[in-house]
Design a protein around this ligand. Sequence first.
Ligand SMILES: Cc1cc2nc3c(=O)[nH]c(=O)nc-3n(C[C@H](O)[C@H](O)[C@H](O)COP(=O)(O)OP(=O)(O)OC[C@H]3O[C@@H](n4cnc5c(N)ncnc54)[C@H](O)[C@@H]3O)c2cc1C
Length: 195
Amino acid sequence: MEQSDVLIVGAGPTGLVLALWLTKAGVKVRIIDKTAGPGTTSRALAVQARTLELYRQLDLTDAVVARGHRVPAANFWIGGERKARISLDGIGKGATPYPFLHIFPQDEHEKLLIERLEALGVSVERRTELVSFAEKEGGITAQIDLKFLVDHASSPNQLVTVKGRLLLTRKPSGGWQIFGYHLSRSAVAAKGASR
Ligand SMILES: Cc1cc2nc3c(=O)[nH]c(=O)nc-3n(C[C@H](O)[C@H](O)[C@H](O)COP(=O)(O)OP(=O)(O)OC[C@H]3O[C@@H](n4cnc5c(N)ncnc54)[C@H](O)[C@@H]3O)c2cc1C
């Protein structure tokens, strides 16, 4: 198994942008996701001006602006008749270099982030799931299991165990959220594992 400084669990927008940022900062990352492929539904549509500002540091803003579209106004319809129109022209003018409402569907957005990450030599490892971790004495030392779901009939499941240090962040609501993982390189594959 390849060694990395940080393991990112989840290739949604948060994980993908984190991977881009860390890679750009020279940190070697692995990024895993339990799904077979990226999202195919639009979900989050609007990209905030502040996101576009931050994306300049990743050279992403121009592509996000070019691939999405601006919303000049919102129309409100009742019974097939337009009842109101609110202009959104110049929204945020003077407060941001991007004074408009920008629409870029999440599935397309994720594709762009994946493209950029791949251009930097990092691919999302799919069908790979973090299935457990445990806090041990001393705080953040933990063992995690990564479950690889393999399609081949001869090897339906593989369980790979990796030891290392988890990077955890406290959630505002309490509890821990996995932020990343320092791999110390130790993997065991068990063919035909039951989970
Ligand atoms: C139907 C729908 C409509 C939405 N509409 C809007 C909207 O209009 N506007 C808006 O702002 N937001 C919307 N959202 C919310 C938006 O999609 C989320 O805010 C956004 O996806 C969060 O990104 P994320 O990267 O934090 O998490 P996610 O996109 O949830 O990504 C997390 C990833 O982690 C993976 N994962 C989870 N656990 C593991 C594990 N143990 N091991 C490996 N991989 C794991 C998951 O497979 C997933 O790919 C909508 C969401 C849904 C479902």
